[in-house]
Write a protein that binds this ligand. Structure first.
Ligand code: ADP
Length: 188
């Protein structure tokens, strides 16, 4: 299973990605987690990424593409993976398709869209801000991230729909209920 998770910030990609990874016994690859680790480690790459992240903007394609290619080349990703937060724009999606060819891997099987409306997204992210204190969970930055999502990431729904790979799942309700919905649509 080679899967891409799509959805606005705070739509639950990380949570559902963990459950899917455990269910299928394959790694979850999160560019957000990898970038936050680079920021925490204070590497050059981390410093560069932090500027974009704190402003709610996308980190340079070269940086995230490098992170993903390195990770997908690891042996544990050979039999499948769950991508969370990548691709985030059409250029990244095209590079991903080419990357899988280069790595000798089969193409993406499914793109799962977690559907959550903007109001609920803002509520969740502000709530997470209180609990986790993430630097980019401030109201103005949240609004910017939603704008970036709508402008750059939302068009990916068409990209995967055109390839007959898109499935959509309502991302509201209990975590396990949403997870069961995803498993159900994957069976079709
Ligand atoms: P969320 O989905 O809640 O916005 P993520 O952890 O996925 O959180 O991403 C946090 C930030 O990391 C993004 O706002 C962006 O700056 C950066 N980032 C993550 N993935 C990518 C990517 N594929 N391309 C560019 N920037 C990315």
């Amino acid at each position: 299973m080679r899967m891409v998770l799509l959805g606005a910030p705070g739509s639950g990609k990380g949570t559902q990605g963990e459950k899917l990874a455990a269910h299928f016994g394959i790694p979850k690859v999160s560019t957000g987690d990898a970038l936050r680790a680079a920021v925490a480690a204070g590497t050059d790459l981390g410093r560069k990424a932090k500027r974009a992240m704190d402003a709610g903007q996308l980190v340079d394609n070269e940086i995230v593409i490098g992170i993903v290619e390195e990770r997908l080349a690891q042996p544990d990703a050979a039999k499948g993976f769950i991508l969370d937060g990548f691709p985030r724009n059409t250029a990244q999606a095209q590079v991903l398709d080419a990357m899988l060819v280069r790595l000798g891997q089969p193409a993406i099987d499914k793109a799962v869209h977690l559907q959550v409306d903007d109001e609920e997204i803002i509520k969740r992210l502000l709530d997470r801000a209180h609990k986790e204190g993430r630097a980019d969970d401030k109201e103005d930055v949240i609004r910017k991230r939603i704008r970036v999502y709508n402008d750059e990431t939302h068009p990916l729904l068409d990209y995967y729909r055109a390839q007959n790979k898109l499935v959509a799942v309502p991302g509201v309700g209990a975590v396990d209920e949403i997870f069961q919905r995803i498993l159900r649509v994957l069976k079709h």
